[in-house]
Ligand binder design. Structure first.
Ligand SMILES: [Zn+2]
Length: 339
């Protein structure tokens, strides 16, 4: 049986997204770097003009050849801006006619399209593959030590996965399905989870600054990572601490770096069988205004001078939120313009 025009359009779009990954060497750069695909930077590297404007009705648009250029709204959050830019990049790479996009489907390549225009189906499939390729899932699953059977059916884990990939929870769920990491029934279960409730559990009584801000759960596995999010995000840090040997994480480093420490607890197993086992230090903190810079904490014995051998935990933060207008931050960096 011949492949349907829709299936062909999707396959071609996915292949085109993989080609752009290869052309820009994105797999090695992303897995050794930020852990998410900076689509704005990719567009700048491809020399395609991109500007952000306060579009009210459209999420984004792609100018027809020979002008070729992309406009993305400033009126939406960073995840939607990223998906919109990837969709418009799809139109350019696939040599489509121009397009004004009022809505964009993050559902990836396997779901009914409801009579959607073939070029739009292709651009959606391009965007899903471009931002959420299978290798990016594998990278995060491996570096976090997650397994499909024990972790990926848990909405809390999938929410944390989505933050690290710079995508919405919904788009991340669809990727689990389209890459056949989970079957549809389990993805449907995951999609029933309310993200607001996941955030509330993690942040305990503390709430992120607004409803679209996120709560990051960072552990020792995130040491050295870069966090790309919103200025109002909350950070929850859970680190094992050799409290039995008198070691403590230096929370003061957090305060000195301008963080507001909202909660600081140590859970120590009182069970005699676990005597000597490490406890877990849990901190909830609000990052300083501006939200960029790096944070390093050391685990020290307070009565001993600090040494380079003390365990350390460090993350780089880029909590700048959505693009606010004009050129992307990536483009301004390339042009040497300070943002
Ligand atoms: Zn479109």
């Amino acid at each position: 049986m011949a492949r349907s025009p829709i299936a062909t359009a999707r396959l071609d779009a996915v292949a085109a997204a993989k080609r752009v990954h290869d052309e820009l060497g994105l797999q090695s750069r992303v897995t050794q770097g930020e852990g998410l695909i900076d689509v704005f930077e990719a567009i700048a590297e491809l020399d395609i003009p991109l500007v952000f404007k306060p579009l009210d009705t459209a999420l984004g648009l792609c100018l027809p050849a020979p002008l070729r250029g992309i406009i993305v709204t400033t009126r939406r959050g960073l995840h939607i801006q990223r998906f919109t830019a990837a969709h418009e990049l799809g139109h350019v790479v696939l040599n489509h006619r121009g397009s004004v996009d009022l809505d964009i489907l993050e559902r990836g390549p396997l779901v009914p399209t409801g009579g959607r225009d073939l070029q739009e189906v292709a651009a959606d499939a391009f965007a899903a593959e471009f931002l959420l390729p299978r290798w990016l899932y594998r990278h995060h699953i491996q570096s976090q030590g997650w397994t499909v059977a024990r972790h990926l059916r848990n909405p809390d884990i999938v929410y944390q996965l989505s933050l690290r990939m710079g995508a919405s929870y919904e788009a991340t769920c669809w990727g689990l399905f389209s890459h056949q990491i989970l079957p549809q029934g389990e993805v449907d279960q995951l999609r029933k989870a309310q993200v607001a409730r996941l955030k509330a559990t993690l942040g305990e009584e503390f709430k992120p600054g607004n409803s679209w801000a996120d709560v990051w759960r960072l552990t020792g596995k995130d040491d050295g990572a870069k966090i790309v999010g919103n200025p109002d995000d909350l950070i929850r840090i859970e680190l094992s601490e050799a409290a039995g040997s008198g070691y403590q994480w230096q929370v003061d480093a957090l305060r000195k770096a301008g963080y507001e420490v909202l909660s600081d607890r140590s859970s120590f197993s009182r069970d005699p069988l676990l005597y000597g086992a490490p406890s877990v230090r849990t901190l909830i903190a609000r990052p300083p205004a501006g939200g960029t810079g790096s944070l390093t904490m050391r685990e020290i014995q307070p009565w001993n001078p600090e040494t380079a051998d003390d365990p350390a935990f460090s993350v780089a933060l880029s909590l700048q939120g959505p693009e606010t207008g004009g050129l992307s931050r990536a483009k301004r960096r390339r042009l040497g313009i300070r943002s």
